[in-house]
Write a new protein. Sequence first.
Length: 597
Amino acid sequence: MPVEATILSEARTPALDVDQVRRQFPILSRKVNGKPLIYFDNAATTQKPRVVIDAIRNYYQSENANIHRGVHTLSQEATSAYELARQKVARFINAPDPRQIIFTRGTTEGINLVASTYGRKFLRGGDEIILSAMEHHSNIVPWQLLAEEIGAKIRVIPMNDRGELLLDEFARLLNDRTKIVSIVHLSNSLGTVNPVKEIIAKAHQRGAVVLVDGAQWVAHAPTDVRKLDADFYAFSGHKLYGPTGIGVLYGKAELLEAMPPYQGGGDMISSVTFEKTTYNVLPHKFEAGTPHIAGGIGLGAAIDFVSSIGLQNIARHERELLAHGTRLLQEIPGVRIIGTARDKGGVISFVVENPSLATLDVGMRLDADGIAVRTGHHCCQPVMDRLKISATARASFAMYNTKQEIESLAASLRKILEIDANKTAQRRVNAADAKAARKPESDSVQFPSAAAASPQTAADELIETFDLLGDWEQRHQYLIDEGDKLPPMLREMKTEANRVRGCMSMVHLVTRKRPGTADVMEFLADSDAAIVRGLIWTLQRVYSGQTAPAILAFDIEGFLKRLGLNQQLSMGRRNGLSSMIQRIRAEAANLIGQNRS
């Protein structure tokens, strides 16, 4: 990844032996959908080298015991390994003292810790908190909760269309009311590397403290909290080739000493009576209860591994991957890269500018080729709103990725676009034929009528069909094919009022009472994602043309479970499906209420 000149030396170092690195990661030998795994979801979590897996297994097999207060051998060994990991972290980020390393569950908890302790103690109503337009939700919501509680105000550093912060605007935002600046080091959604050293210096001139979200940075380039002069620096182990559920909050000693505890419990106390409790020294004051011991030990092993490879080697290799990937994707007609900052890390977010091919569809079709990318808003909805898009596909690189893998990604994208272009052309032909065959009087919108006598009967028929199809790949294709046959929805129906919130893709849904009936409800819906159109078709089969009481009485969750959708859909997709169901059921309840009144 490209890094700040003040941090990364330009001295020549040996080239990274990627084949040797890859052999250290057992998961990279597996296949997905019959294809070799190509893992480009490293911004979400990195894969784990064998030494990390072995360190965790060794703890549970040979050293498993609680830490700090035990006098027996296992406890002493576990304590030593856990505290050694803390020392490794301190050296890794050049912290002055291991006492300044607080183990957390991850970056999110580190930010929440600072907002809940430093924020509540030192901020007052009218004070200001500065964030940036590209922050992850975990660096927005904790500050919103604090601001709502104490009456503080959140100010936002804007960014340009390239995904670069406007530092002149940041300077104008700073004032005597600014108490905290919380900024991402490397954007997970855009790949932008922010000039955090400059931001910290400007904030300090106005007396503000600065928290840096380093979740995406620390695995890709050297981190020196002393050179940065960061007041707080948070990151997660699982993005650093370590375990999930372990993270780090670094803080300047004087700030940590002044902050109250984050949680109460064992190990964070010095003495307890019913009259008064005195708190333990750093770092234990902030580490209540039994910690993630195996996670800490695994993180220490991950740091040893990364250090043995060399962060300068990793940074140079990932810069080459970024340049190669950017060039290849820019050459694909219909693919647009989102986030083109001059200083970028190994993240390429992109959209396919084809209204019939949603980001979710791209991700699922890449997965069919064994290529793992992330799709959605990446917990950065304000970024998507700023750039006027709903989602991107994101390929994010790590030390074990290769140029050949990126070439496979580009080839797969070209194939997806070609197949979709052919399907789109055929759909246009079919639509034209259908329009020519229609009588003029039937040229209006057609709401689907009932597929069966009751929702349950329609559901049973669908379940029988799915059972015959067999595996999920066949069922998935069946849904997409049926979704292509949805009744058309007029453009004027696709309003904000008819949009279904909670879906990762764009979904519009319109219901009506069938003319001449008391309580029969019909609905039309459409989406920019092929799989979602398939889900809409499924809901139309069981709901549209049925009475409102029958809709409310139908066990939709049981049906979806029997169909196998709950097991196959991602959490975000299940949430979107639930939002559509809630909208339909709410409209059915409204219809019943209207009849009663």
